[in-house]
Write a protein that binds this ligand. Structure first.
Ligand code: HEM
Ligand code: ISQ
Length: 154
């Protein structure tokens, strides 16, 4: 599906705002993931041995930022090139990491929903359906690229 300039702008604009409060928002993202799917706790090395989400774990924050940035980058690529462009080695690496962790399709829906709630939380009244749809679309395209890689590797 095509990605419009408007959609790209909505993703970029919200990411600019979100960046300013990344520590709190990354915690929120994990909180939402665990609220939707408590069993996901066992998947992440930095969560599985704790009762609470660690407040100050650099690895946890780094991962959350990386995921947001990748979706944002996907939005830009979708608009510029009409497709997801992730370097081959990165995509291969992501495919194998997620395959090893036994990530399945429903997990991708969980992360998407958690991410949308985080965008909503960050943007408050500025968050529109259009903005959320733009994030959903970019996320889905990136997730599909990772899933395809996972299938090829399996
Ligand atoms: C690891 C991105 C979806 C669970 C990673 C890493 C990245 C990443 C960049 C780090 C790889 C490395 O260690 O070098 C993404 C993106 C996704 C996505 C862009 C979707 C578009 C998911 C989903 C799940 C998941 C749906 C399941 C809930 C994990 C886990 C790890 C990981 C468990 C290993 C973390 C650890 O314990 O060190 N992902 N991911 N990911 N991802 Fe994802
Ligand atoms: C997916 N993969 C790795 C890390 C993540 C952190 C937060 C949300 C989703 C993620």
């Amino acid at each position: 599906m095509g990605f419009s300039e408007k959609q790209e702008a909505l993703v970029k604009e919200s990411w600019e705002v979100m960046k300013e409060d990344i520590a709190a928002l990354s915690l929120y993202l994990y909180t939402m993931i665990l609220e939707i799917a408590p069993e996901a706790k066992e998947l992440f090395s930095f969560l599985k041995d704790t009762n609470e989400i660690p407040q100050n774990n650099p690895k946890l924050k780094f991962h959350a930022v990386k995921v947001f940035k990748m979706v944002c980058e996907t939005a830009i690529q979708l608009r510029e090139k009409g497709e997801v462009v992730v370097s081959g080695s990165t995509l291969k690496h992501l495919g194998s990491v997620h395959l090893q962790k036994n990530i399945v399709d429903p997990h991708f829906e969980v992360v998407k929903e958690a991410m949308i709630r985080t965008v909503q939380k960050a943007m408050g009244e500025k968050c529109s359906e259009e903005m959320k749809d733009a994030w959903r679309e970019a996320y889905d395209q990136l997730a599909d690229a990772i899933k395809t890689e996972m299938k090829q590797e399996a």
